[in-house]
Ligand binder design. Sequence first.
Ligand SMILES: [Zn+2]
Ligand SMILES: [Zn+2]
Length: 345
Amino acid sequence: MKALRYHGERDIRYEDFEDASLTADTDVVVKMDLCAICGSDLHIYHGEGFSEDTGYCVGHEAVGTVEEVGKNVRRFRKGDPVMISAAVGCGNCPACFAGEIVKCHVSGFACYGLSHALQGCQAEAIRVPMGDFNLRAIPEGLDAEQALMLTDNLPTSHLGCQRADVTPGADVGIVGLGPIGLMGVEIVHVMGAGRVFALDLVPERRELAAKLGAIPVDPASATETIFEATRGKMLQSVVECVGADASLNLAIQLAGVRGTISSIGVNNNMAFPFPMALMLAKGLTFRMALCSVQSHWDELIPLVQSGRLHPEQFISHRMPLSQGAEAYRLFDAKEDGAMKMVFAP
Ligand SMILES: [Zn+2]
Ligand SMILES: [Zn+2]
């Protein structure tokens, strides 16, 4: 089969790859219908991946059609349309039973496409371990693009917003307006936020947030702008969706007394200089986490079905998998309005 493989910094190739096949009775092989590039795939693209491997197949967001099931798979059969959770659990340990898939006692936090350990989704087919647990039939009323956004981005955005202690009427900040940040603008509105301040360096992205009802703010003058708008109270909740040192720092500056910062960006800096005295003086709560995707589905699916969340609106490009290298280049350079890049086989 064909797949996108990582060969080194800024070197993603569309190439032959070993066919996805069953290796356990609980596996499911899914033929890919749509897959996507995630912001976190850019760490790999920049040569700052999560393993020293090369030649592995990348990607962890996909929907598809069941092709083959192991003999202990009970919930799926050939031909079923399914969405694949980016978080991979064993489905059989106390953590998975509790919905804390990131704490899975067997797999730890496993994800596709980070090394040779678990083949990525940017391929014509993928093997899903513990298919009964890590797949869900595409819910009624959702199209494939909406389901694709439920495989990682929308649940991650939801996690970030949930952990930001948003209460009705609150002033909330969203730092970073890629797809996850923009989804967050919609989510915190659904949660009852009063004013939503939306920050990004790219003016076009701030305009998108404004169309969703947020107040666009240029990060360069954000501290003063928000100080004035809130009469010095600053923000009760800040959802930080970038993970860069500068954006984390900005989030800390923007939070008000007893405020909460919830970060879902990926930061590999082991020596981030936390402004401890400021955080102490303001009494801030700071949270970061990876997403147990499956645990968010029951809450999010009805919100997409009823049209209160529109995560598919952030798809900017639809391309064949064979143009993977170009898609990564565009996405990395934020060229051509690149926002969410989606591939079909
Ligand atoms: Zn992702
Ligand atoms: Zn488990």
